[in-house]
Design a protein around this ligand. Structure first.
Ligand code: AMP
Length: 118
């Protein structure tokens, strides 16, 4: 059984966050340490720890994460120029918070996808 993270408290509005969107499946809020001019996290309301834990029954929520990302990008006026959606998994992926989330990054050219080549 996965343990709750700080994101569950944000979803339940028990701690402050800049929530931009919430519905019955997902919540979107600004990343507290933005790595781009626009940096939003989109999370399912129910706890899924990592991409490895996604089940068929989660597909609606995960699909909603993408449509909400596109909606927020359009609202922010960055859809035409483009943006990046990232989901990190476990240690090699750089995952820090074990409640699955999609990063929406944009507002400037983001450069190469990875900073280092293998
Ligand atoms: P990841 O490395 O993919 O797990 O990303 C976790 C992200 O959560 C990081 O970009 C953090 O800056 C962000 N983060 C951690 N705590 C908070 C918080 N309380 N509110 C908003 N963003 C957070």
């Amino acid at each position: 059984m996965a343990e709750e993270t700080i994101f569950s408290k944000i979803i339940r509005r028990e701690i402050p966050a800049d929530i931009l969107y919430q519905d019955e499946l997902v919540t979107a809020f600004r990343d507290i340490f933005p790595k781009a001019p626009l940096h939003i996290l989109i999370v399912p309301n129910h706890l899924i720890a990592t991409a490895n834990d996604v089940k068929a029954s989660d597909e609606l929520a995960l699909g909603r994460m993408v449509t909400v990302a596109a909606k927020l990008a359009a609202e922010a006026g960055i859809a035409e120029d483009g943006y990046r959606l990232i989901m990190n998994c476990n240690s090699h992926g750089g995952q820090e918070v074990y409640h699955i989330h999609m990063h929406l990054l944009g507002g400037a050219p983001l450069g190469p996808m990875l900073s280092q080549r293998l």
